[in-house]
Design a protein around this ligand. Structure first.
Ligand SMILES: Cc1ncc(COP(=O)(O)O)c(C=O)c1O
Length: 379
């Protein structure tokens, strides 16, 4: 039995995901995991808790150097510690970046479908923006250079990008990233690349930070990363922005410590412990997620006419329900005891997103409920 098979009740823990519905519903919507964070993280937080004094706290002295080494080891990308800017959450950074990097008369590009906060960061910015529809290539969702060119305007200043992609699950290849980077460099467009899912890439794929491709693209990139997702600590988490360009960096840190609070003690402690001691756990996690993915694939194949996009990373799977005889697939599944993230959240109403970061026994029961829901439409 794997440690990830352990059933842990999250009801009445103020969990956003589990406390929304009653006990009869399996909630596989919001993107956190039903797994215990690794013992090294718990030990480090317990030790700090025992000190019993929780005053204002700055980042541990060597944390930036440790992250720099980690990024080199994981992605073969050489950065400098001073390129790193800490933030308590990626989401607030997205909203801040959309405003700080653009003038009020400039235009932004983002993607569709995409993580709703990325889309909202564009729409809340009070700037003109376009969401470039992703293309489906062999059941992979990708952003093409043609799509970018089509929606680009003379005053386009920023691209809000996501790789690995949420909700699609694609991990962009070197060639795909090169095209996007070339487009940004040739058109003087800053790219903000949300790479929060980068530490959960499945076998056969490799995460490449777009900023690592060349000096030119590094000079106009903001890369967003965090261990919140992979070590399941979004409730205490820490995130960081990596930005080589000094002028851009100055802009993106303008609201940290003012409108965006500084991270807090346990954010630093948990991330540092995971960086030091979490690698084995991380690998085991990815293996478990891949096994759950296989289970999902087997079931979805049997659930005609549903179609699953190729899932190359993380634990979020995007399911095309457009051929189902219902206008609201999420409601159909909810009526059968399974809460999924409605596609409308990502501007694609006839799709749903499922979170498979749950013990296999829960996922199996969820998939049985999906079968039952589909069966009601087949008669
Ligand atoms: C692409 C993406 N970015 C950011 C976040 C959230 O980041 P944070 O919890 O650090 O605000 C998520 C969470 O699902 C996500 O999928």
């Amino acid at each position: 039995m794997s440690k990830f098979d352990k059933l842990i009740s999250r009801f009445h823990t103020d969990s956003v995901r589990w406390d929304k519905h009653n006990k009869d519903i399996i909630p596989l919507w919001v993107a956190d995991m039903d797994f215990e964070t690794p013992q090294c993280v718990i030990d480090a937080m317990t030790k700090r808790l025992d000190h019993k004094v929780f005053g204002y706290t700055h980042a541990p002295d060597h944390l930036k150097e440790e992250i720099t080494r980690y990024i080199h080891d994981q992605f073969n990308w050489s950065i400098e510690p001073e390129w790193i800017v800490f933030t308590p959450s990626l989401v607030s950074s997205l909203y801040s970046i959309a405003q700080q990097i653009t003038q009020s008369d400039e235009h932004l590009l983002t993607l569709k479908p995409v993580y709703h906060h990325i889309l909202q960061a564009a729409s809340f910015s009070n700037r003109d923006f376009s969401a470039v529809p992703l293309e489906t290539d062999n059941r992979r969702l990708i952003l093409s250079e043609d799509g970018l060119k089509h929606y680009q305007q003379k005053n386009t200043r920023l691209l809000l990008f996501c790789n690995p992609h949420n909700p699609g699950g694609s991990v962009y290849s070197h060639a795909e990233l090169n095209d996007i980077a070339a487009f940004c460099v040739n058109n003087d467009i800053v790219i903000c690349s949300d790479e929060i899912h980068c530490n959960m890439v499945h076998a056969g794929h490799q995460h490449i930070p777009i900023a690592s491709l060349s000096e030119d693209i590094a000079d106009q990139s903001i890369t967003l990363m965090s261990l919140n997702k992979v070590f399941n600590i979004p409730g205490v988490g820490l995130a960081w922005m990596i930005c080589k360009n000094k002028d851009i960096r100055k802009k993106i840190q303008a609201q940290i410590g003012t409108l965006i609070p500084d991270p807090q003690i346990f954010s630093y402690i948990s991330t540092q412990a995971a960086l030091h001691h979490g690698e084995l756990w991380r690998r085991e996690l990815v293996q478990y997620l891949e096994n759950n993915k296989k289970l999902l694939q087997t079931h979805i194949t049997e659930m005609q006419p549903l179609e699953l996009y190729t899932m190359e990373a993380s634990y979020l799977a995007w399911i095309d329900c457009s051929q189902l005889r219902t206008k609201d697939p999420a409601q159909l599944f909810l009526d059968h005891g399974l809460a999924l993230q409605p596609g409308s959240m990502f501007k694609q109403d006839d799709h749903v997103r499922i979170n498979i970061a749950t013990p296999k026994s829960i996922l199996s029961e969820a998939l049985n409920r999906m079968h039952a829901a589909i069966d009601t439409l087949q008669g």
